[in-house]
Design a binder for this molecule. Structure first.
Ligand SMILES: [Zn+2]
Length: 353
């Protein structure tokens, strides 16, 4: 059967070549990482303390190892019998001052169909794609990327990380940039810590910082980096001055010890949502509402609305829903976040003491 033989031989050759090509070439894109984590055949939902959460930590570690970096981990307790882990990697720069960029990799609400794509696998994907760009550069400052576990159950990963820092280490950290739901919603925002309502900080952490200089520097960078800057400050709304964040994510524990923080978020603060203009409605897309009125920027019938334009912690937070609804926007926002962070780190000027 010569035909079959030669067919088998060429098929074998083809397979060998494509395996070789895969191992040698093609750095992964942010979208590739995102698909690995949340697509149907990926890891899926990653509830704090679950096997899938640990699998994601191992995935982050493996990808950083593949990039030639040296990741390290630190485990912490979630509750009796349950632990989670933070995964970190340092990319050394000319200055040993450290800029932290982080985001949680756990997720929530699998029972209603959420796979935690926008919240917050997009941030894991951004961290991995960013490190792949930064690792070959001569950076002005040392960058520490941290993938936090246990955020959805009370910011446990970031609290554990901050709690083990010495005061000398804290002084050496120039800022912390947090990514949480940084892709998916209608608009991209850069927040600083709240100036008037300090976050709930443990007693011994009384050095709360609402320093907005990191946020302002990033906003300035965004104006330089993009012909049309997609990043903005949210407008003032009751209880929240313009451009300021609540203590809702992993930036909060860092502000508690006096580190200037930034929180990057994709949502829509111009929607009058369930509780007002608080950014908890991510999009005006009609599929995310029973009925949305663009003239009033709220539900057609506030008493009857059930969906409220929400992605986070809902059935919509999965790629097979987000990609058909928003198409190219997911990829575009991933790239916009990576570009802003990359450009910001490259141009960073450490303060001379
Ligand atoms: Zn989140």
């Amino acid at each position: 059967m010569p035909f079959l033989r030669s067919f088998l031989a060429s098929a074998l050759l083809f397979c060998t070549f494509s395996v070789l090509a895969q191992t040698i070439t093609a750095p992964k894109s942010a979208m590739d990482y995102l698909v690995d984590i949340v697509a149907e055949k990926g890891i899926g939902a990653r509830v704090a303390g679950s096997a899938q959460e640990m699998q994601t930590a191992a995935y982050m570690e493996q990808q950083w190892l593949k990039q030639g970096l040296a990741p390290y981990t630190s485990s912490f307790k979630i509750k009796v019998g349950k632990r989670s882990v933070n995964v970190m990697v340092d990319i050394a720069g000319k200055s040993d001052k450290i800029l932290i960029i982080g985001g949680h990799f756990d997720s929530t609400a699998p029972e209603i169909g959420s796979l935690g794509a926008a919240d917050n696998a997009t941030s894991s994907a951004i961290l991995l794609a960013l490190s792949d760009q930064l690792r070959s550069q001569n950076l002005p400052i040392t960058v520490r990327l941290i993938a936090f576990g246990g955020e959805e159950v009370g910011l446990l990963g970031s609290k554990a990380y901050v709690a083990q820092l010495s005061s000398q280490e804290i002084t050496n950290i120039v800022g912390m940039i947090n990514l949480d739901g940084a892709v998916g919603g209608d608009n991209l925002y850069i927040h600083s810590a709240h100036t008037q309502k300090p976050y709930k900080c443990p007693q011994r952490q009384q050095k709360y910082s609402s320093d907005a200089s990191l946020r302002d520097a990033m906003l300035l960078q965004a104006q330089t980096s993009f012909a049309e800057n997609p990043f903005a400050l949210h407008p003032e709304y009751p209880g929240y001055p313009e451009g300021e964040a609540g203590g809702w994510s992993d930036h909060a524990p860092f502000a508690c010890v006096g580190i200037p923080v930034v929180d990057l978020e994709a949502t829509n603060f111009s929607i009058n949502g369930q509780e007002g203009y608080d950014g908890y409605s991510q999009s005006i897309h009609p599929a995310l509402w029973d009925c949305f009125s663009e003239s009033t920027m709220t539900a057609c019938n506030r008493a009857a609305e059930t969906k409220w334009g929400k992605i986070w912690h809902t059935e919509f937070d999965r790629l097979d829903k987000l990609l058909p609804l928003f198409g190219q926007r997911i990829e575009t926002q991933l790239q916009q976040n990576i570009k802003l962070l990359n450009d910001f780190v490259e141009a960073y000027t450490p303060n001379v003491e």
